[in-house]
Design a protein around this ligand. Structure first.
Ligand code: HEM
Length: 237
């Protein structure tokens, strides 16, 4: 074992090491959500703007950009889950009977975090099948007509694909519920990141709470506005 592997495994064995892994990967995922939500809002700028954006994502760095982002996200998600599971096991093993009352509150909120986290995982798998792998719909049916007429080349009509997806009422309802669960996880998670990083004095706590729930509210409104606009206000073509 070289020095680097020894340091990494000692770090992983400690509870604070795992907490830091959860916090740092949490920051990556929280920033991804803000970026993804902002990009998705381009849907309201119209077909051309949204499809330009999707095309940019797929072709940046000659197509390598999206794979770098995918691998980074996957690594962050895997480490986030692995460290959470290891931390929960460690806490359970270390708990003494006399500590029971003190830990009821903490374990209740971490149980909620585990359930909301598992729901998000299920949602992400569904979402990838829906819009990335296109399970159940053909990629060929979504060709941007204006771009084809203008350039003679075909490109994916991500705008129409999203609109068609959310016109199905139970799909929209499922997204709205999933994003509400996601935001419950996010509100607690963002506050916990600050705590792990040591910014949790009595003075800063109210600010941290307000910031965490404010950020979460913006993410929720941004994401949920899309199925709501399409399903209820019939936004689209
Ligand atoms: C209204 C809400 C959402 C919409 C309209 C939406 C839309 C999309 C679309 C169109 C894609 C495919 C991009 C492409 O390949 O061109 C995508 C990919 C993705 N979305 Fe979402 N999304 C939403 C919410 C979310 C949420 C809440 C999460 C995370 C919890 C998420 C995580 C992802 C991930 C991980 C990918 C895969 C990126 C890739 O590898 O290509 N999305 N989304």
């Amino acid at each position: 074992m070289n020095a680097l592997t020894r340091t990494a495994s000692a770090y992983w064995a400690s509870s604070i090491g795992k907490k830091l892994v959860v916090a740092i990967t949490g920051i990556v995922l929280v920033l991804f959500l803000a970026g993804h939500m902002t990009g998705n809002l381009l849907l309201f700028a119209g077909r051309e703007a949204f499809n330009d954006y999707a095309q940019f994502l797929h072709h940046s760095l000659h197509g390598a950009g999206i794979w770098i982002a995918r691998l980074g996200l996957l690594a962050a998600l895997f480490l986030h889950i692995a460290a959470t599971i290891a931390l929960t096991r460690q806490n359970r093993a270390a708990r003494q009977p006399y500590e029971y009352n003190n830990t009821i509150q903490a374990s209740k909120s971490s149980r909620i975090m585990i359930w909301t986290g598992l729901t998000i995982l299920f949602f992400v798998i569904y979402h990838l099948m829906h819009y990335t792998i296109h399970a159940g719909n053909s990629y060929e049916t979504y060709v941007d007509p204006a771009y084809l007429a203008e350039t003679g080349e075909s490109r994916h009509d991500a705008w129409k694909m999203v609109i068609d997806g959310f016109r199905v009422w139970y799909v929209s309802i499922f997204y709205i519920i999933s994003m509400t669960v996601l935001c419950s996880h996010l509100g607690h998670g963002v506050a916990s990141i600050f705590q792990t990083l040591g910014f949790n004095s009595k003075k800063s706590r109210p600010f941290i709470e307000r910031f965490s729930w404010g950020y979460t509210a913006v993410i929720w409104l941004g994401f949920v506005s899309i199925p709501v606009a399409i399903l209820i206000f019939r936004y689209g073509y």
